[in-house]
Design a protein around this ligand. Structure first.
Ligand code: NAP
Length: 396
């Protein structure tokens, strides 16, 4: 358990893409694991590209930025900018809920909360005071490809535009001894976190393309735990997709492994593997569609949000100690509110329109482009993952 706990700790290795900046390390341990010396080099603020000017015409995001730019808009431009429309999966708790709140309370976004439990989502929206006129709840169970298809149909029938899609929902089953499965028989963590979102993103891509919003975006939430270029990502069980033989075999445990790399079931690893898939998928979307569509594809690590429901399957002692440990020992804790603001930035900030980027935040809460691990940035693996995944979800 200690190892799994440590695997979720907020370690960050930050290397400027152009290799100009210093590295920024924050490494931690838990439950007797060593807490290494903190080696912190200042992450240069030049990593953060902030643009103050408003640009309302769509521009290829690789070169310049456009975005809702609501706060910076000149008065007459403000009048013409309609409310943005964003789908957030798993908005009934944690990061998704905090992001929905952060966006909806600006009054400039309508949030479609795509959730599997309607009542829970409704209660959650009310409990954090999201204005009624700024959200709609729509049913989506990512553990059922049929539900994903129904959601896409229902959304289309609603007549709403789609400006931003946020693939945020996830399950994490670190203590499971046996695998669980989605409706179509895929191991649950990868089936939900990756395959469900993969199908959803593919089905809604056309809707995003049709958006006339200044900046249209597809965001898939990643994690440091899938990145083996970080200390946290190096704590066993490490993410490793291998040659995708388990995934190619259907991930169903019948004639094949339930793990992507073909190994024995490990719930913590399955989650980490699914996060590698999320980050690879974002980059493959970028390579295939950014140029043609102008859609900005991004991923992020929001920080260690130790209080969320993600840890609900962990043993009670872990759930008790993890948040204070993060707050007072490692100081790597990020509140749900702060993490929600970070993801809301990736949705709407005019300075974060570069496509193909994995965003992170430094200790001053300034965003920067982070470096993905070798595996999470392997273009050949991303291509293969894409091809295998589209077969599994019935798109090829
Ligand atoms: N917490 C962290 O420290 C941390 C760190 C890095 C990345 N992340 C990422 O942040 C994202 C959000 O996680 P969180 O920490 O906010 O956890 P969370 O509070 O447990 O939120 C997960 C959400 O996913 C939903 N969900 C689970 N299975 C689903 C399904 N089959 N269909 C539809 N929705 C489903 C949950 O719905 P219910 O409410 O119905 O259960 C919940 O709303 C995840 O992608 C996670 O990997 C979290």
């Amino acid at each position: 358990m200690a190892l799994q706990a440590a695997s979720l700790l907020p370690a960050a290795v930050t290397v400027h893409k152009e290799g100009k900046s210093n590295a920024c390390f924050k490494d931690v341990g838990f439950f007797g694991l060593p807490v290494s010396d903190h080696v912190r080099a200042e992450c240069k603020s030049s990593l953060v590209f902030r643009r103050r000017e408003l640009q309302v015409r769509p521009i290829r995001a690789q070169t310049a930025t456009t975005g809702p730019a609501i706060d910076q808009a000149a008065p007459e431009e403000k009048k013409t900018l309609r409310k943005g429309s964003v789908i957030i999966t798993g908005a009934s708790s944690g990061l998704g809920l905090a992001t929905a709140k952060a966006l909806a309370e600006t009054g400039k976004w309508h949030v479609i909360m795509a959730c599997r439990n309607f009542l829970k989502a409704e209660k959650a929206a009310k409990s954090v005071g999201i204005p009624k006129e700024n959200y709609t709840i729509m049913h989506l169970d990512l553990a059922s490809l049929e539900s994903v298809r129904q959601f896409a149909d229902n959304f289309r029938r609603s007549g709403r535009p789609l400006d931003v899609l946020v693939c945020n929902a996830a399950v994490y089953l670190p203590t499971a001894k046996e695998p669980s499965f989605t409706a179509e028989g895929f191991e649950l963590s990868v089936g939900t976190n990756h395959l469900g979102h993969f199908l959803l993103s593919r089905l809604l891509l056309d809707d995003l393309k049709q958006s006339d919003y200044p900046s249209k975006r597809l965001i898939i939430v990643g994690s440091i735990t899938g990145n083996t270029n970080t200390l946290a990502g190096n704590v066993p069980p490490k993410a490793n997709l291998g040659d995708l033989r388990g995934l190619s075999g259907g991930l169903n445990g019948i004639n094949n492994s339930v793990m992507i790399d073909g190994g024995d079931f490990d719930g913590a690893k399955a989650y980490k593997d699914s996060k590698v898939c999320n980050m690879l998928t974002m980059q493959e979307f970028h390579r295939r569609f950014h140029e043609e569509t102008g859609i900005c594809f991004a991923s992020l690590y929001p920080g260690c949000i130790a209080t969320t429901g993600l840890f609900r399957e962990h043993i009670p002692l872990f759930r008790l100690l993890f948040p204070p440990f993060q707050k007072y020992i490692t100081k790597g804790y990020v509140s749900e509110e702060e993490a929600g603001k970070r993801l809301a930035q990736v949705v709407s900030d005019p300075s974060l329109t570069k496509s193909g980027v994995y965003w992170s935040w430094n200790k001053n809460s300034a965003s920067f482009e982070n470096q993905l691990s070798k595996e999470a940035s392997d273009a050949e693996k991303a291509r293969k993952l894409w091809e295998v995944s589209e077969k599994l979800v019935g798109l090829a």
